[in-house]
Design a protein around this ligand. Structure first.
Ligand SMILES: Nc1ncnc2c1ncn2[C@@H]1O[C@H](COP(=O)(O)OP(=O)(O)OP(=O)(O)O)[C@@H](O)[C@H]1O
Ligand SMILES: [Mg+2]
Length: 357
């Protein structure tokens, strides 16, 4: 296997692999079966991880993660052995760069030289890959590419985990790119530019997508864990109880108000960060690249009121992303449950349609 592998991103017709999203809070797995062009959702599941098991995209407690992953795989009994997973965080660098006119082969050959300019790690410590975004035909104008460099140590950790539960690592991707796949899974190649925002537990991936291509990527260190901490601070509850009321709410009116205030304050900060990122993107983008709508995903997007909140604060129509939209669903999966967890499953769904070499 080519270790860091973005083959399905723009080129090949994707074939299903088992999508395994190793989040810092929840492991998610999605499996589709494919019949011609029609896909069926076969397996969907999630398992919680204890705090500290995965931090900043690095697996700190291998055995704990392995056990949780093994448990989930045993419960789901997926048919596919080939699996895809994705990484993000400090150990992955994704840079949009311009290279002079070259064939794809020549870009590949020059990748190390290009990478040395942009990658703040020893080149021998990283796997490098690229995807061509745009080729300027006129005057041998060169190409815009996404250069991706990921620490070998981290990619190998993720691959080892999959192997540890009897899966064959097929594609190791980057979280932000898989979101584009999830979006395409739901809506096809949409002309209108959209902002995809995946709010997890410890990080948020923001992506502007146009015609099935990511045109801007930004990772931010904000997520549901901050909400839990803010609720703890505001209410004096312990972590477990704060997490429970964050998700399940409370009948206690005073407590509910304290929680709402804490959440509003934190999400206000997030919204400012997101606005800044979108403004920055717009300052460098062509007007036909300006996004007109937002799709939310990640576990934290399940919180009630999130769509309205971002719609109001960002001034853009905002919806949750359901990558299972219009898909057939296996009879053993409860469709209501599926709809309720679909935004959290976005990255796993995008991974599940990765093509395998
Ligand atoms: N119904 C809900 N309401 C509010 N928050 C929720 C809900 N369900 C899950 N969460 C929160 O979503 C987060 C988990 O989401 P997700 O699975 O997307 O994160 P992750 O992928 O594990 O984390 P990361 O991508 O940041 O490493 C947790 O903070 C959890 O508390
Ligand atoms: Mg995540």
């Amino acid at each position: 296997m080519k270790k860091l592998n973005l083959p399905g991103l723009f080129k090949k017709k994707p074939q299903p692999t088992l999508g395994v999203d190793l989040g810092s809070h929840t492991i998610k797995i999605v499996e589709f079966s494919q019949n011609g062009d029609s896909r069926q959702v076969k397996k969907v599941g999630r398992a919680l991880l204890p705090q500290g098991a995965i931090v900043d995209g690095s697996i700190k407690e291998h055995d704990t993660v392995l056990e949780a992953l093994q448990g989930l795989v045993s419960d789901l009994q997926p048919s596919l052995k080939r699996a895809s997973t994705s990484i993000s965080g400090y150990s992955v660098i994704v840079k949009r760069i311009h290279v002079p006119y070259m064939t794809e082969r020549e870009i590949e050959e020059n990748l190390i030289i290009e990478s040395e300019k942009y990658v703040p790690f020893e080149i021998s410590d990283v796997y490098i890959d690229f995807s061509i975004l745009k080729t300027y035909e006129e005057d041998n104008g060169g190409s815009d590419i996404f250069l991706v460099a990921a620490k070998k140590e981290i990619v190998d950790q993720y691959a080892n985990l999959l192997e540890g539960v009897g899966l064959t690592p097929s594609v190791i991707d980057v979280d932000a790119f898989t979101l584009v796949n999830a979006f395409e899974l739901a809506f096809g190649k949409v002309e209108e530019p959209a902002v995809l925002i995946d709010i997890g537990a410890s990080k948020t991936n923001l992506n502007v997508v146009k015609k099935g291509m990511p045109i801007f990527i930004r990772d931010m260190t904000m997520g549901g864990e901050q909400l839990t901490e803010a609720i703890q601070e505001a209410t004096g509850l312990n972590r477990e109880d704060a997490e429970a009321v964050k998700i399940g709410g409370t009948k206690d009116k005073v407590l509910a108000r304290e929680i709402a205030n804490a959440v509003q304050e934190m999400t206000g900060l997030w919204s400012n960060e997101i606005k800044k990122a979108i403004s920055f993107f717009k300052s460098t983008a062509a007007p036909d690249e300006f996004p007109t709508c937002v799709f939310l995903s990640g576990g934290t997007s399940l919180m009630s009121g999130m769509e309205e909140f971002f719609s109001n604060t960002l001034g853009l129509e905002t919806r949750r992303l359901n990558a299972f939209t219009g898909k057939k669903v296996d009879k053993n999966i409860d469709e209501k449950y599926l709809a309720s967890v679909s935004p959290q499953m976005a990255i796993a769904s995008g991974l599940a349609i990765r093509s395998a070499e």
